[in-house]
Write a protein that binds this ligand. Structure first.
Ligand code: GLU
Ligand code: ZN
Length: 301
């Protein structure tokens, strides 16, 4: 054995993290595809994580449908899929740690009270020392700006105190908030690169703060243009977009590639998904992703 330390080879771990509140749609395909290609193009691994932390909003059958759709569209992930619902103990331990350190506190504000104060949470319960029973838990945010350089969107800055305020990490119904779970899981799974929709750009500074607070590494970020319907509705949010159909795999993969600025040759029309993905891995150029936060689906047909 050599006495000199080997430098770690550049490691890339990417992931796709769908929420089973509905089926995958074209916007989800763009996110799955970009995260997959960005990982595979450098020989990295690609993980699948089911973000099933909100049972009331989960659609029955969605988890299985998501997995089947990904398979049908030719995606293969490394290792077993992780379900966030399996990670409750890890989230609870961190919540307790944050409470003990005085970094988080119980908030008993009603929806009505909060509605009267739109914008960042005004901090009513900051020093109230409420009982944890029937209370939400909020994280104190510092009065400072968090900034990062997104690989597509460029520099992003947000002042947590002025623009976000103390945010909820555990809801009153004791469900864990996305912000906390995503940070803990990305670190736990060794994720080095987060590739996801630009709808989460505004969440990233909160996640940077959590990483700093918990001493976790900061992944690189790439936020993709969000696919919107011609009428301006966000896919899958306020408007129910059509689920991805099995028989449309090839044309929709090609359309998703074009949405990402890639240039699949016409010879790939009608090719089976694995062939399209193989071409796309070989020719992936992240620099071609359009630097815009939204993209109208109608322009891609
Ligand atoms: N589960 C989130 C969603 O489906 C994505 C989380 C992430 O990529 O950070 O919108
Ligand atoms: Zn409160």
């Amino acid at each position: 054995m050599s006495a000199t330390t080997q430098t770690q080879p550049d490691r890339y771990v990417g992931r796709f993290a769908p929420t089973p509140s509905g089926y995958l749609h074209f916007g989800s395909l763009v996110a799955a595809l970009a995260s997959y290609l960005d990982a595979r193009a450098v020989g990295g691994s690609w993980l699948l994580r089911m973000e099933d932390l909100d049972p009331p909003r989960e659609m029955p059958g969605a988890q299985q449908a998501i997995v089947e759709t990904l398979e049908r569209y030719g995606f293969a992930w490394d290792g077993a899929m992780l379900r966030q619902s399996e990670r409750q103990a890890a989230y609870d331990a961190v919540i307790e740690q944050l409470l003990d350190a005085g970094l988080a506190y119980a908030c008993t504000c009603s929806r009505k009270q909060l509605e009267a104060h739109p914008g960042p949470y005004p901090g009513f319960c900051r020093d109230a020392r409420h009982d944890l029973q029937d209370a939400a838990i909020r994280l104190r945010v510092p009065q400072r700006e968090y900034a990062f350089v997104d690989r597509v969107q460029g520099e992003v800055r947000q002042h947590l105190g002025r623009e976000v305020g103390d945010f909820v990490i555990r809801r009153r119904d004791s469900l864990i908030a996305y912000q906390l779970a995503v940070v803990l899981d990305d670190a736990w799974q060794g994720v080095t690169d987060v590739v996801r929709g630009a709808d989460l750009l505004d969440s990233t500074p909160r996640q940077l703060y959590l990483q700093e607070l918990l001493g976790l590494p900061q992944p690189r970020y790439l936020h993709l243009p969000l696919i919107i319907q011609p009428d301006g509705h966000k896919l899958g949010k306020s408007y129910r977009s059509p689920p991805l159909q099995p028989h449309e795999a090839s044309p929709l993969l090609l359309r998703a590639l074009r949405a990402l600025g890639q240039q699949p040759p016409t010879e790939l029309d009608g090719a089976p998904p694995p062939l399209i993905l193989a071409w796309a891995v070989q020719h992936w150029k992240a620099v071609r992703i359009p630097r815009t936060r939204t993209l109208a689906e109608a322009q891609l047909r």
